[in-house]
Design a protein around this ligand. Sequence first.
Ligand code: SF4
Length: 408
Amino acid sequence: MKLPSRSKAYMIPEYSLTGDLLSFLTCNLQYRYQNKGTLPPSKPVQRWFGEFIHGVMEEAFIQWKQKKTEFPWDWLEDIRPIEEQIDLRLQARGLYPHDEDLFFSSVNNEDTNLNEHDHKKLASARAEKAINIWGKHLFPLIDSSELLIKGIRNMPQYDKNRSRSNYYGINGVVDVLTSMKINNTLEQTNLDNYNNKIIEILKKNNDFQKRINESKDRDEYEIIIDYKGMKRPAIEVDDPKSENKWESHKQQILTYSWLRSQQEDSKSIYAGIIFYLNELVPSKEDLMLIKEEMENGLIDDETLEKYEKDFDLITNWQEDDKAPELSNEFKLNRSIRIINIDKTEIDNSLEKFDKVVYDIEESLIKEMKGNKIQDAWKAEADERTCTACDFRTFCKNNKNKTKDFKIP
Ligand code: SF4
């Protein structure tokens, strides 16, 4: 008697918006080594800070909900314990801050006497500003935090003899604001003199207002929030050789809004908000990049004119100088970005997501068929990414390899 063989396990590949899409777009080969291999980056500073600030904001929201502590929060008393908690969580996942310049980790240090100097470490300074500047406006509007959103899509260019599955899954985690919370906040404050900065910015946003005016269910909507532990990216022209972060972040929010719309309890999504939290306390590197963007004409004239004083300070600032005293208005406005959500934009971003998934799957299939890793995955990234990359010494991208072994 012939025994039937067990059918192959049915597996749907799952892709996350940040872990896969943004990471693959940064560099295909780096993504392969970091995400599909067993090589965690030795000092993933960018990733550590991104996850750290995300965790700090989420935990601060939970504590605000429970205790309703008035703003501004005291760093040592209210914020530092949150930082430690998040740092420990990240350590358990093998993520550590780069060095003491970034963050004083009392867990690894016997000297737990924190002083003013430690308070000024970059990560702590940003956490404090993020909570005290944006937290106080944002937390009262949040309806759901850390909401897991998932969806399923047809595998692009499915071929039963080649593809791993006929579907793929997408997932992401977001915070959601609702019109109900926004309206409650408005009711509790003086309508003519509302003081919630986020509501104020939304009221001045033409696309958002148009959306509300045109809608039948103007009192039933949601806004999706994401925090980024990075500076505001420049508005760039698409270059196939490097990731256009400005565009990718928009696509991420649009895809989130599609995922959210698949959930039963969702309302219409009218906008997305991204917080670029480095802008609240820019590092020297961030300031150098803003300077470069100005020199390369990547900042529009209207913005240059509006914040002329701040841009002048940055132009005259040199790397060894003390950081320029930028205005709060400048920092605040650079740290928030409103994304307009509409159906055509969502469809375009989903198409782009499909294309990225197709490219990842193609590289995976090539590797599974016996191609060498470096032949199956493209090695292309901008100079900054390559300089900080753990794999540059053996990367096939010769330009970066020679940089490391430059002979004087
Ligand atoms: S060195 Fe640059 S091209 Fe090579 S893997 Fe790293 S980021 Fe990619």
